[in-house]
Design a protein around this ligand. Structure first.
Ligand SMILES: Cc1ncc(COP(=O)(O)O)c(C=O)c1O
Length: 480
């Protein structure tokens, strides 16, 4: 009896790792995903999202969990219950539409599961990661003293950059003693909330996050920087860093990086650029002027999973001086490497928050090897040009108001209805109707207290006709 049980257990464990069933299921699932992508690309009436209330969705999966559905059916259901970023009418959050070859690299990364933090646990991915981050460093305009690494998302990368800033600029021996002073960072009030979060995690508190108001184009108002800095000093703060947005999340506005670099130099602050979204213009001849001055930054974040066609999460953090990255974390992990004081490029864990991390580099490399760097330029140019076109289409319709001329691929607008209507509630309701219809996916934001419909054009296969159709659909909703 006991022997029988042991045999069964062994069989299950063998099944878990059976290459024949992996091959069979893999083919089925790849076919299923490919069919799905073909469908959303060719049948415009196919929904972007089959919207379901959260409670109903939970109920669906509870039932599935207790049912005897096959794994193939489960994958089918996941597809049907997920938003399709490959749909040309997905115009919502800033998540890339992954290049399909990058998705295949993802399958490889997950199946091989190399831990990557130490060299042998990711020989290929560590070496490839160096090639990619060196390439980005060169695009930034850094010299050979620069280096970087990949990490899991812009949020974590911005936190890591501010940790490096604190290490470099705070008077105390941070790693040993913690900080004794009141520290602060200067940042645009339009910066992504993760900067605020990072500063709080670093112990700066609400008062240590000094939010600088923006101008009419939602760029940090550089004329008032000095006033805010002097005020912070007289309030007893040691300001360690200034953060520039390339670009901001809500409106896609690019801060004046040269002006921020001048300011940082004047007061010897760390200058960090959050290029999570718009740093991708480094690959574009047409748009790289938007980040003029970026080479003067001490650190730069760029998300490959936003504008560079890579599945999430996948972020580069590049330091102007390589040693700053190594100084950030001074712990010694006896079992991983001999010393934290040496700076080999190939133990990526010495510089990242993460210990184990996925083989992110291969997802980027797969795109570069297949299509070359030019594909990033094509993607950025196509999306930014589409946004300009969309802005013109909006301006041609008297009932619509464009919030501001887009610099990036983010376009905000609202429908202007009769004066006695509450415009904010009206536009929020419109967005809800659009999303639940499944015909388009867009989001919303608040600018100067007003609700705007917010679109990020992320899919280079989105056409002018899709953008016209969105405006027509909104007019139809209003008329009905
Ligand atoms: C400007 C900017 N910075 C940082 C982030 C956060 O990045 P992630 O979602 O990769 O953590 C975002 C996300 O939208 C962003 O737009």
């Amino acid at each position: 009896m006991h022997q029988h049980k042991e045999k069964e257990i062994k069989k299950v464990l063998h099944d878990v790792y059976d290459s024949t069933s992996f091959r069979k299921l893999g083919h089925q699932v790849v076919d299923m995903i490919a069919d799905h992508i073909e469908k959303v690309q060719t049948d415009i009436n196919h929904p972007v999202l089959n919207y379901q209330d959260p409670e109903k969705e939970l109920e669906f999966w509870k039932q599935d969990f207790s049912s005897n559905s096959t794994i193939s059916e489960v994958f089918r259901n996941i597809l049907d219950h997920s938003i399709s970023v490959h749909h040309p009418r997905y115009i919502g959050h800033q998540v890339s539409v992954p290049a399909l070859v990058s998705g295949i690299a993802g399958l490889m990364s997950d199946t091989l599961s190399n831990g990557t933090g130490v060299y042998e646990m990711g020989m290929a991915s560590n070496a490839i990661e160096k090639i990619i981050t060196d390439l980005v460093a060169k695009r930034i305009g850094y010299n050979t003293q620069a280096s970087g690494f990949l990490t899991s998302g812009g949020t974590l990368a911005n936190l890591t950059a501010l940790l490096a800033a604190r290490k470099a600029k705070a008077p105390s021996a941070i790693w040993e003693d913690g900080h004794q002073e009141k520290l602060a960072v200067l940042v645009s009030e339009e910066a992504h909330y993760c900067i605020d979060r990072a500063a709080r995690i670093l112990g700066m508190g609400s008062d240590g996050i000094i939010k600088i108001p923006v101008d009419d184009h939602f760029r940090i108002d550089t004329k008032i920087l000095d006033t805010y800095y002097q005020q912070a000093k007289s309030d007893g703060f040691t300001v360690i860093a200034i953060v520039g947005c390339s670009c901001s999340t809500s409106t896609g506005s690019y801060d004046n990086l040269n002006a921020l670099a001048d300011f940082a130099e004047k007061y010897q602050l760390w200058f960090h650029v959050d290029g999570a979204h718009g740093g991708a213009v480094l690959f574009s001849n047409q748009y790289q002027h938007l980040v003029h001055g970026i080479s003067r930054a001490d650190s730069v974040v760029i998300d490959f999973h936003k504008m560079l066609m890579v599945p999430s999460l996948n972020t580069g953090l590049i330091f102007k001086r390589s040693e700053d990255a190594y100084k950030t974390f001074e712990q010694k992990a006896q079992y991983l490497w001999d010393s934290q004081h040496t700076t080999e490029w190939y133990h990526s864990g010495k510089r990242t928050f993460e210990c184990t991390k996925s083989m992110m580099a291969i997802k980027i490399y797969a795109i570069l090897k297949t299509y070359g760097e030019e594909v990033f330029e094509l993607n950025v140019d196509t999306l930014y040009n589409l946004a300009s076109l969309f802005a013109e289409l909006i301006k041609q319709r008297p009932n619509f108001e464009l919030a501001l001329q887009p610099e990036a691929n983010i376009v905000n607008f609202r429908y202007l209805t009769a004066k006695d209507e509450n415009l904010n509630a009206f536009n929020s309701k419109l967005r809800e109707q659009i999303v639940t219809s499944g015909k388009f996916y867009i989001v919303q934001t608040r600018l100067n207290g007003n609700v705007y419909l917010r679109t990020s054009i992320m899919n280079p296969l989105t056409q002018k006709s899709d953008l016209i159709a969105l405006l027509d659909f909104i007019e139809m909703l209003v008329a009905s």
